[in-house]
Design a protein around this ligand. Structure first.
Ligand code: TTP
Ligand code: MG
Ligand code: MG
Length: 395
């Protein structure tokens, strides 16, 4: 029999559980983290006791106050949570070097190379779970599957506090209701439900084409590769040396915007998500500097990458007197899958995807952001590119 080798682990009611750990008086009570019920803003998370009243992450605090008037509201202390998160990940890496942290309280571990695998992956998972719980003092749930998706869904099934192993992943996923599947948005869900489709298998039977586009990519791309065979080191970059050194910040910004645009479309076309951005600047005396920072979450969105890139550029050009010779941008920590966290804003991603569709149909130059348009002053614009003097693509 084949053994599931992807382990997913997630802390139960993370922020709320930390608050309870630090204040035992809260134990067993409905704890709601995020702010006070009369404040603007949303619930970060709620203890399982509070969830019984319908309170959940992302809900307006005011609504949470109405649903659970006797709830105990706390603001939250993010530095404490992130310290515990670091400890959590450090503990996991003792069991395997192939740990991929995907959010503040969850990670995948690729156990395929583990020597315990064929004796009992289940026992190993139990050991990991117990060790983590002892070391961080919080309850976790663990799932074992053949793919990331399978393992994550197994964790969901195990929550709170359990360990769940999926032996037949296809059947397991087929029997789930569609809202369990990460990446199926509310809109799609409503449409499918209106068509009377609730479960993955019903979708596959009735609309194989939709199934193929929504479920299969997750399922197949994820089941074929062990968790950590992901190319973590891959990066893509675009840079250009100007025809003449440039002093005008707006003109430099325009170049950078165009390069980010190219990168974002490249990521979309190849189904990649970037985790980090780096900007490079070379001054007229050839001194070269780079600066990098992580993106909030893996993304291909032009706007997300752009806002970081612009920030980094401004840091760099503070270093020295302009003019600049060259500007470049690189995205790193490339992944080909990602778990869609519910608090991610998908808007800017949809926008980028829409723009890239237009570019594909009508040419890259059919649509630009205003900040890119300055380049028209100094370069020829062709259907599929602004023809830079020296474009360098490294992959
Ligand atoms: P989750 O793991 O999604 O949720 P959880 O740990 O609170 O509960 P469980 O896993 O048992 O279902 O998120 C981890 C933390 O991230 C959560 O404790 C608070 C934070 N978070 C937000 O701030 N906003 C959100 O919308 C979500 C989903 C989580
Ligand atoms: Mg959690
Ligand atoms: Mg989580």
């Amino acid at each position: 029999m084949k053994t599931p080798f992807v382990l997913h682990i997630d802390i139960d009611a993370f922020f709320a559980a930390v608050e309870v750990m630090l204040n035992p008086y809260l134990k067993g009570k409905p704890v709601i983290v995020g702010g006070m019920p009369d404040e603007r803003g949303v619930v970060s998370t709620a203890s399982y006791e509070a969830r019984k009243y319908g309170v959940h992450s992302g809900m307006a605090l005011r609504t949470a106050g109405q649903k659970c008037p006797h709830g105990i509201f706390v603001r939250g202390r993010y530095h404490v949570y992130s310290r515990i998160s670091e400890k959590f990940i450090a503990c996991l890496t003792r069991f395997s070097p192939r740990v991929e942290a995907v959010s503040i309280d969850e990670a995948y571990i690729d156990l395929s190379g583990n020597r315990y695998l064929h004796s009992s992956v289940y026992a190993l998972a139990e050991k990991i779970k117990k060790t983590v719980e002892r070391e961080i003092g919080l309850s976790v749930s663990v799932g074992l599957g053949f793919s990331r998706l399978g393992a994550k869904l197994a964790t969901e099934a195990a929550k709170p506090g359990g360990l769940f192993m999926v032996a037949d992943e296809k059947t397991f996923i087929s029997n789930l209701t569609l809202e369990k599947i990460p990446g199926i948005g509310n809109h799609t869900l409503l449409i499918l439900q209106a068509m009377g489709i609730k479960r993955v298998k019903e979708l596959e039977r009735a609309y194989p084409a939709i199934w193929k586009r929504t479920i299969a990519p997750h399922f197949y791309s994820q089941s074929r590769y062990p968790a950590a065979r992901e190319a973590k080191t891959k990066s893509f970059s675009r840079e250009t040396t100007f025809p003449e050194d440039i002093t005008d910040r707006d003109m430099i910004v325009s170049h950078l915007a165009y390069l980010v645009d190219r990168l974002s479309v490249y990521l979309i076309d190849h189904d990649y998500f970037a985790g980090r951005v780096e900007v490079k600047a070379r001054f007229s005396d050839f001194s070269t500097y780079t600066k990098r920072m992580p993106l909030e979450y893996p993304t291909y969105s032009y706007n997300n990458i752009w806002s970081k890139a612009l920030f980094l550029l401004d840091q760099l050009i503070k270093k020295k007197k302009l003019p600049l010779r060259l500007v470049g941008v690189k995205v790193e920590d490339i992944a080909s899958q990602r778990d869609l966290l519910p608090f991610i804003s998908i808007r800017s991603e949809q926008l980028s995807r829409g723009v890239s569709d237009i570019k594909r149909r009508f040419g890259f130059s059919s649509i630009f952001t205003a900040r890119e348009l300055l380049l028209e002053k100094i370069y020829p614009v062709e259907r599929d590119a602004i023809v830079l003097k020296t474009a360098s693509l490294t992959k």
